[in-house]
Design a protein around this ligand. Structure first.
Ligand code: FES
Length: 406
């Protein structure tokens, strides 16, 4: 029923009930505004999304019951980690690590907030995209996690059901690593290889954005927020430690681009801050006995304390959301426990980008520029690591080059 018909019907009903004209007029005015809003809302909700933004990330368990399955998915993913007899060793390691990891999630409130932040970022980004890019609207985001709900397959199925006309795979890792971004791209390829791309759907890729100026600005703002907590007379002595998830040296020597892209972000952030403080790039979260890229964050703190430094800010430079590496490893293990052990006078941790307005502008700008560009896929994405031996990388990149188009 449209607004006019509703008005006529309301008038006739109220006339029959002998309601005074003045009251009648008000009732109609209020009722028709409410109905109009409702209709507009319904039209908006029923509108098929023209552009789908697949927000691809690692994900995290939202409660401790999901920890075992989450670890199992990681440990059996050969793109993420390569173990001997992985089908046996992977589940065994996952099972062994589950109680410890569960305890850590309990200590940060019972689960990872990554889904909450991704949903919020997606909502705010799409609202802005609808305004600044009406020709590609309506935009709808889909969260596609690699190891936790909502899983990548589920998101891709939803995109097909919604009849999206153009899907943009938007990596939520600003810096590209074959173990993280690469694994998700391979998973998407594996899904479409079996199910096929939805008919008439265009596909394109945003695979990395380590040097986007608004990303650098967001981190710079986060650091400024923390610097204010140090008295003015000691502020210039604060060492800024940019901390990113480390990778095995084997991956680095294979040619994984991640370390150099993380370093590029660090330099842009410091440029934004006019190199106001001493800084260093360090690496965290090493697992297993094999050599990984260092210096490690905890060792760097120990080294700098020995050199007489007393004030620090830790910056999670490769994470766009809070999750266990920021809330547990950085906040509890380094800023509380280790800082106490080392006698650090003051240490603070910069928040992840989360819902910072500049960061939402960054996401919006990256997608809208991509939609305006004529580049559905970049030459860099098409280039494998010089020593890549992963057949999945070869096949998936070939497939993307044939299927990504505007
Ligand atoms: Fe880097 Fe395959 S390991 S492209």
């Amino acid at each position: 029923m449209n607004v006019q018909k509703f008005q006529q019907l309301t008038v006739s009903i109220l006339n029959k009930q002998n309601i005074k004209p003045l009251t009648l007029k008000n009732i109609i005015r209020n009722a028709s505004t409410a109905v109009k809003q409702k209709l507009e809302e319904e039209v908006k909700n029923n509108k098929k999304p023209k552009t789908g933004i697949l927000m691809m990330n690692m994900g995290g368990p939202t409660n401790t019951d999901q920890v075992g399955e989450y670890l199992l998915r990681i440990m059996t993913d050969r793109d993420m980690i390569q173990l001997p007899i992985q089908s046996k060793l992977g589940p065994w390691i996952a099972q062994r690590r589950t109680p410890d990891v569960k305890k850590k999630y309990e200590e940060i409130g019972g689960g990872s907030p990554i889904l909450k932040w991704t949903n919020l970022q997606g909502e705010l980004m799409c609202k802005q995209l609808d305004k600044i890019s009406p020709q590609t609207a309506p935009h709808k985001y889909y969260v596609a996690f690699r190891y936790a709900d909502p899983l990548t397959d589920v998101a891709l199925q939803k995109i097909a059901e919604d009849g999206v006309k153009h899907t943009v795979i938007f990596s939520q890792y600003p810096q590209y690593s074959c173990a993280t971004s690469g694994s998700s791209f391979n998973a998407i390829y594996n899904y479409y290889k079996t199910k096929g791309l939805p008919e008439n759907m265009k596909l394109s890729i945003i695979d990395r954005w380590p040097t986007h100026p608004l990303l650098a600005k967001t981190f710079a703002e986060r650091i400024k927020e923390e610097l204010k907590h140090f008295p003015e007379q000691i502020r210039s002595q604060v060492t800024i430690l940019f901390s990113a998830h480390s990778i095995p040296l084997k991956a680095l020597n294979r040619g994984d681009p991640y370390p150099s892209e993380v370093a590029a972000t660090v330099h842009l952030v410091m440029q934004e801050l006019k190199y106001c403080n001493p800084y260093h790039l360090v690496w965290q979260s090493k697992v297993g006995p094999l050599p990984w890229l260092g210096p490690f964050t905890d060792d760097a703190l120990k080294g700098y304390v020995k050199q007489g430094k007393k004030y620090f800010i830790l910056v999670p430079i490769a994470f766009v959301n809070e999750h266990i590496e920021t809330l547990h490893e950085m906040d509890i293990e380094y800023c509380e426990d280790l800082a106490k052990e080392l006698g650090i006078e003051k240490i603070r941790r910069a928040a992840a980008p989360n819902d910072h307005p500049i960061f939402i502008d960054a996401l919006t700008d990256i997608v809208s520029n991509h939609l305006r560009s004529n580049e559905p896929i970049t030459p860099k994405f098409m280039t494998r690591c010089p020593h890549c031996v992963n057949k999945n990388c070869e096949l998936s990149k070939q497939w993307y080059s044939q299927h990504c188009k505007f």
